[in-house]
Design a binder for this molecule. Sequence first.
Ligand SMILES: Cc1ncc(COP(=O)(O)O)c(C=O)c1O
Length: 371
Amino acid sequence: MEMTETQAQTSLDQLIGAYVRPAVRRQRPYHVGGVPDVTVKLNQNESPFDLPEALKRELIETFFEIPFNRYPTEQPDVLRHALAAHVGHDPDGILVGNGSNELTYTLGLAFIEKGTPVVLPRPMFALYETVVKLYDGALTSTPPRPDLSFDADALLDAVRRKRPALTVLTTPNNPTGLAMTMAEVEAIVEAAPGFVVVDEAYVEFAEESAQPLLDRYPNVILLRTLSKAFGLAGLRIGFLMARPEVVAELLKARLPFMVDRLAEATALALLRRPDLLAERVRIIKGETDKLTAALRALDGVEAVPSQANFVIFRTAEEPKKLMARLAEAGVLVRDMSGYPELRGYLRVSAGTPAENQAFLVALKNALDTKA
Ligand SMILES: Cc1ncc(COP(=O)(O)O)c(C=O)c1O
């Protein structure tokens, strides 16, 4: 006898309830949201600069040379060596991923099982909490100081009490743009019994990097991305730096063939142009500083100092309403209210000078016309 629609639905619900892991069922899919047809897109900390057209034309030649029917190498070895030369690290201590987010999942798979202690400061790039929860880890998160900076003492205390297998720091931090001092990072690395992942997605814009710690401590893992300063968010390339012995273990946990031939070729072309990267970083840093100063000059607007390519700010206005008014003017920013510590805050990425100007004009109008 055929099932009724209600019976079929019940049986599907039971199937999902019985066999999808509870840690997965409890999650929500990642969703950035936003308005599709904005002209000024400043909501994802992307670079405002695409590859120069001449470089894209060069890559068209490569497009014809790449055999699309053939798998790439298991790991993108040419890119791995080029990245090693770029950052000055042992190529065997580098693992390249399909974006650094993909490597975060590999870290979860390698280090976290049910009840594994993990320590994170708050507010923190939300993906880390998701990964800890997906792998059923035991999460301890420490609150920031009142000015939203990292509370290194609280973190140290949590590390000493919980003895975490994994501690994750993001510096400069997304969502705040604030950085930890390297003395603070080192104190945590020294106290942590397990691995300390330092996500340096925004390091090109920052004053300091934790890279020197790699030589001194075996438990340090750095995550980098080509999605921000390099402007390759659409191609998905990130990488991890650690001791070769650690990378050798992580290689056992990860999928092969994660970086495709086109992405590898594009990253290689860009790595051959360090001048271009330096120039763009200089412009973006300048624009971030100008944006911060312009926000602070507005009545009733508070902006947090940033070492990244974005700024968070708050006004007396309700963020959702403000976002909607900005969207009407074609400007998309990000509402940070989902982070309990950041209620009332919006985040704006540094765009081109013209985009930032458009944002500032739209913001002034939105604040002037508030009901
Ligand atoms: C702290 C942090 N890590 C990683 C990423 C994403 O990196 P990827 O594009 O390499 O996956 C972001 C992007 O917003 C980020 O803010």
